[in-house]
Design a binder for this molecule. Structure first.
Ligand SMILES: Cc1cc2nc3c(=O)[nH]c(=O)nc-3n(C[C@H](O)[C@H](O)[C@H](O)COP(=O)(O)OP(=O)(O)OC[C@H]3O[C@@H](n4cnc5c(N)ncnc54)[C@H](O)[C@@H]3O)c2cc1C
Length: 145
């Protein structure tokens, strides 16, 4: 089975993963059936290598952030779920904030505020990651990603 090859790849390359894992444990609203495989890359390098591998092998996958806008079927998902939850670093330097795609937008907003920076207030309360916010063009009040 082709997903067994991906399991071997993840094991050999030190990428965290779970098999037959309930997506309700990933979902913000705690719903959804089992995913055949969930991978947690912890660096941009691991993420890119995994995406290359899955694309090359034509294996079905989905990238999720905080899973607040994705709903998996109760019957499950027979591909690979890539969770970005370990890609959660946030750095502030001067007036700039740099965050990896799995960082929560609320954490970005709160950290900016603690450094005296404004502009991300509209993100407070949106239960998404940076990647999810960019993909969905998160907006609230008068602010938009
Ligand atoms: C209670 C509640 C309140 C909400 N309030 C708001 C609101 O005020 N404003 C608003 O705009 N939205 C709101 N949302 C919707 C949701 O939170 C946003 O769309 C959020 O940006 C989704 O981010 P996520 O990390 O949860 O994305 P997910 O649900 O994990 O994914 C959403 C989409 O983005 C893609 N994606 C995620 N990460 C990446 C990545 N790194 N690279 C490429 N694609 C990626 C996924 O494949 C999927 O297609 C709300 C949702 C809930 C449940």
């Amino acid at each position: 089975m082709i997903l067994d090859e991906i399991v071997d790849y993840l094991s050999c390359n030190g990428v965290s993963f779970e098999q037959n894992y309930s997506t309700s444990k990933l979902s913000f609203l705690e719903i959804g059936g089992p995913a055949r495989l969930v991978a947690y890359p912890k660096s941009k390098y691991e993420l890119c290598k995994l995406l290359n591998k899955l694309t090359h092998k034509a294996i079905k996958f989905i990238v999720i952030g905080n899973c607040s806008n994705v709903f998996f079927s109760s019957f499950g998902y027979d591909g690979v779920v890539i969770s970005t939850r370990l890609l959660n670093e946030i750095h502030i330097s001067g007036n700039s904030i740099e965050a990896l795609c799995g960082a929560l937008v609320t954490d970005c907003a709160v950290l900016s505020m603690s450094f005296g920076l404004s502009g991300l207030e509209f993100l407070c309360g949106i239960p998404g990651s940076v990647g999810g916010a960019v993909y969905m063009n998160s907006c609230a009040y008068d602010g938009k990603i």
